[in-house]
Design a protein around this ligand. Structure first.
Ligand code: C2E
Ligand code: CA
Ligand code: CA
Length: 636
């Protein structure tokens, strides 16, 4: 008969249901009391018709006042438990008092008054049992004390009418108690199932916000947390930083060791990151090999950068995947709030922008979004706008830079380089507009025009002179785009063997399989495929072998001032050896000085390109150049 403290939610629901009924129950009980006192007034002594009812009403009133005071409180489970236990305990004396008093009045009345006593008791009992349904012990106490007392008392009178009433009340008690117990069970079931549904909902919400692989908060949770963090920073006038963390060299690991190994690595990265999470540091996985952090309240700007650096440091230690020890670095694009971004979406975009530039310039480090980035964004937005509406046919042109063969002293081929003259923006560098076109998904439109124009010029050159054309990785990303490139070459009148297509290494390895297919098709047509800016990306030797290349182009950063840079000498020497071993041609880019050329020739370099030989020149200048010297064929 006790209230079980087992289920906090049930206790609270029970309390709510019980407390909601309390005043009504006491109102009915007090009204019944005074109605009975009124009919007995003058028949029974005053202490029974006035004193006791006043006392009982006092008890009712005291309970109602108590209820009124606490009506707005939402008690916790233990307070609800205490209140229910108290109600169960109080049921005994209250039931005793309310049943003894009418029975004390009983001897004073005539048949009518005695019937009123019986009627009043029966209705009071029924009403209070109904109202106390949610406090099972109290309801059963009333049944036992009040109804039990009634039945025994009236049965003992021997008066047939009262005996009949006792039997009726016994039957009613049975029906009422069983029905109320059943109702109570239904109530607990209902509360239970609602609770289960709520728990399930909460679990679903938790799962919907969790990345299933790393168990870190996911993208959706990250943006939720970011909005809240911004609100907190606004309210407190503090700063925060958002970092997007991208693993360098993750894709090659996926390609080389398989997706299962990639997943295990991501899991371990997640574990390492979650160790760094705290009340002020939130970490999440946005997808793929991209993670994110929100850092709050760390102090000055330096503290945020230092923390981001320590994150990179943490990830630099090798990861152990069974018998495989792998090392990756992470680049973080970081932006501070509220300096250069003023809402959550801005923050993400800017951190992403800083990351993009960090990836190009300083992998494995922290790239902080700066005012310079801000200006570049605006400039790039202007370029994108202009590109979208530009008359590409009229505004785009190609210039050519010779690729020199040292053995023959002649130009082996000319590399086509894009030029764009826009009426408002003026001359825009391809280093600026090509990346913008790539990101805006416009590059294939440019490639179409540029390739056609370059091929039209090459068609006029003498047979052995080749054309090298830069393709964007986006041109190879889909089979339709690639087909368009192949079509243009087929219809150009230039023999495919004279054409080299240059792909830039940094972008190479996003989708290795597709790239392999595309390069294979270009080779199938008879074209050469060169890997541009070699040495700046992070490709491994095995990946290099996987591509059907014909040439590599050593990036000019290894050439600048090479005569004074032993490291550059070593790099170029090994790249040249590598190309020989792999039977690939090797073009050295960016030769500007005679000192550089001397070193490069000593190292065995044969194909070279750079301002020392010629700057990129117009088609007419190429014609004049070729008129002066007709090149022979040359081996790289
Ligand atoms: P890239 O393919 O590495 O092209 C070589 C860049 O180095 C050219 O810059 C060229 O003018 C410059 N250069 C050549 N010799 C020297 C030298 O001795 N010293 C220095 N400092 N620079 C030298 P440009 O024309 O501004 O092109 C920049 C980049 O834009 C290219 O780098 C290429 O990635 C891209 N690009 C140019 N034209 C096209 C194109 O038609 N399609 C695509 N997808 N990309 C292009
Ligand atoms: Ca190139
Ligand atoms: Ca290059």
């Amino acid at each position: 008969m006790s209230v079980s403290p087992a289920d906090p939610a049930l206790l609270k629901a029970q309390y709510r249901a019980f407390a909601g009924q309390l005043p009504l129950m006491y109102l009915v009980v007090a009204a019944n009391t005074w109605l009975l006192a009124w009919t007995h007034f003058g028949h029974a002594p005053a202490w029974l018709t006035l004193g006791v009812p006043a006392l009982l009403t006092g008890v009712c009133l005291a309970r109602c006042v108590q209820w009124w005071r606490g009506r707005r409180e939402e008690p916790d489970a233990s307070a609800a438990h205490r209140a229910l236990v108290r109600a169960g305990r109080m049921a005994w004396p209250v039931a005793l008092a309310f049943s003894l008093w009418p029975l004390l009045l009983f001897p004073y009345g005539d048949a009518f008054l005695r019937s009123h006593v019986a009627f009043c008791m029966a209705t009071t009992a029924a009403v209070s049992q109904l109202y106390l349904m949610h406090v099972r012990p109290a309801m059963l106490t009333i049944a036992l004390v009040f109804n039990g007392g009634f039945i025994l008392f009236f049965a003992a009178t021997g008066e047939p009418t009262f005996v009949a009433m006792a039997v009726s009340v016994a039957l009613m008690t049975f029906v009422l108690v069983t029905t109320l117990l059943r109702q109570y069970r239904r109530f607990t079931d209902l509360v239970g199932s609602r609770l289960r549904a709520e728990r399930l909902g909460a679990e679903n919400l938790r799962l919907a916000n969790l990345d299933s692989l790393t168990r870190l908060p996911n993208r959706r949770a990250f943006f939720g947390a970011l909005v809240q963090a911004c609100e907190r920073a606004d309210a407190r006038g503090t700063r925060l930083a958002v970092g997007i963390i991208d693993l360098d060299g993750f894709k090659p690991i996926n390609d080389l060791y398989g997706h299962a190994a990639g997943d295990r690595l991501l899991k371990q990265v997640g574990q390492r990151l979650s160790l760094m999470a705290s009340g002020r540091i939130h970490l999440a996985r946005l997808g793929g090999d991209e993670f994110a952090m929100i850092a709050e309240d760390l102090g000055g700007d330096e503290a945020y950068v230092a923390f981001a650096r320590s994150l990179c440091e943490q990830l630099r230690a090798p990861f152990q995947l069974e018998d495989l020890s792998l090392q990756v670095t992470a680049t973080i694009g970081l932006v501070l709030y509220p300096d250069l971004a003023c809402h959550a979406e801005d923050l993400y975009e800017r951190a992403d922008y800083a990351l993009y530039h960090g990836k190009r310039l300083r992998r494995g480090g922290v790239s902080l979004f700066s005012a310079d980035h801000q200006r570049r964004i605006q400039h790039e937005a202007a370029i994108e706008q202009a590109l979208r509406s530009a008359d590409l046919e009229a505004q785009l042109s190609v210039v050519f830079q010779p690729i020199m063969c040292m053995a023959s002293g002649q130009a082996l081929a000319f590399e086509a380089l894009a030029r764009w003259h826009h009426p408002q923006l003026g001359q825009v560098s391809p280093a600026d507009f090509i990346p913008v076109a790539e990101r805006a998904g416009l590059v294939h439109r440019l490639t179409r025009v540029l390739l056609r124009k370059a091929l039209a010029e090459a068609a006029r050159w003498p047979e052995p002179v080749g054309l090298s054309f830069n393709l964007s990785i986006h041109d190879l990303g889909s089979s339709e785009e690639l087909e368009r490139v192949l079509e243009t070459i087929r219809h150009s009148g230039v023999h495919p063997a004279r054409i080299d297509l240059e792909i830039t290494e940094t972008a190479v390895f996003s989708d290795m399989a597709q790239l392999q297919r595309a390069a294979g098709q270009l080779r199938g047509l008879g074209c050469g495929v060169s890997l541009d800016d070699f040495g700046t990306g992070f490709s491994s030797l095995s990946q290099l072998l996987a591509l059907p290349l014909t040439k590599i182009k050593i990036d000019r950063r290894f050439v600048a001032g090479i005569q004074d840079k032993p490291t550059s000498i070593k790099i170029v020497r090994s790249l040249l050896a590598l190309s020989r071993d792999m039977e690939l041609g090797c073009v050295i880019e960016g030769v500007e000085a005679h000192e550089e050329l001397a070193v490069l020739r000593e190292l065995g370099g044969n194909l070279m390109q750079g301002y020392l030989f010629a700057r990129p020149m117009s088609a007419e200048a190429v014609a004049r150049w070729l008129a002066r010297s007709v090149p022979e064929t040359c081996q790289g």
